[in-house]
Design a protein around this ligand. Structure first.
Ligand code: ATP
Length: 236
């Protein structure tokens, strides 16, 4: 579903992502791990078109979207939930969801139907439909960011640090929800510094260090790789 081939991107003279290849199949959650500053956000932003890639290809369903503007990439079926969630705090839950459909083709009625569907998928949000996003708890805000991305009916979903700032129990709920997206056939890339949490939801993992992939394998292989496990999974 998503194949990123030899992608490079950065800022000025800094090559923050250096020839990275990653992929995610339909119904697969792939973790993107690495320390602070490893290049995870830069990679996701370059895939989503928020940052222009310097080099490489971003294939979604076989089409190369690299270099396209972000709104066209979104319309082609790729949604990003950015770090910090990117919500409009003063706007209601419902209006935040409406914004998720802006790049999507289809009628206004279809969009409203899709938003109503989200009320069934995220009942905690439905109870708070008309209140400003700023009044939601951190976990509810992350649910809203996820729901907003899903309004566009993406085929590929990129999630940047969805568990950041959340209590472990709440982070666990978010990750369980992400895992359930597999059944809908989404291809998910989940960037996390919280390795343990990410591996609960993921089928495979990539580890980035200074802009390069230093590990690529199944979660079991990652756990078995001692050096990587020590560096990224703690001492347990
Ligand atoms: P984090 O978890 O902290 O977001 P990350 O793995 O996502 O880390 P990036 O945010 O992609 O890492 O950062 C990769 C490198 O690019 C770092 O050296 C960082 O300092 C640099 N960088 C990130 N954003 C910018 C920017 N807007 N301008 C210049 N350099 C940046």
């Amino acid at each position: 579903m998503l194949r990123v081939i030899h992608l490079s991107a950065g800022y000025g003279a800094l090559r923050a992502v250096d020839g990275v290849s990653v992929s995610a199949r339909a119904g697969e959650v792939v973790a993107l791990l690495g320390a602070n500053g490893a290049g995870k956000s830069t990679l996701l932003r370059a895939i989503a078109g928020l940052l222009r890639p310097w080099d490489g290809r971003v294939l979604v369903g076989g089409r190369n979207l690299a270099g396209w503007p972000a709104h066209r990439i979104a319309a082609a079926g790729l949604s990003l939930v950015p770090e910090g969630r990117g919500l409009f705090p003063g706007m209601s839950v419902r209006d935040n969801l409406r914004l998720g459909g802006f790049a999507r083709r289809g009628s206004a009625r279809e969009l409203e139907e899709r938003i109503d569907e989200m009320a069934g998928v995220f009942p905690a949000l439905a109870e708070r439909w008309d209140i400003p996003a700023a009044h939601l708890s951190g976990g509810q805000q992350q649910m809203l960011a996820l729901a907003r991305a899903l309004v566009a009916r993406p085929r590929v979903l990129l999630l940047d640090e969805p568990s950041t700032g959340l209590a472990p129990l709440v982070a666990g709920e978010i990750l369980a929800r992400i895992r359930r997206l597999k059944a809908d056939g989404l291809a998910v890339i989940l960037a996390e510094q919280n390795t343990r949490a990410a591996l609960q939801a993921a089928d495979r993992a990539y580890v980035l260090a200074t802009g390069r992939v230093i590990f690529d394998g199944t979660v079991a292989e990652l756990r078995a790789s001692e050096a990587i496990a020590r560096a990224y999974l703690g001492s347990e």
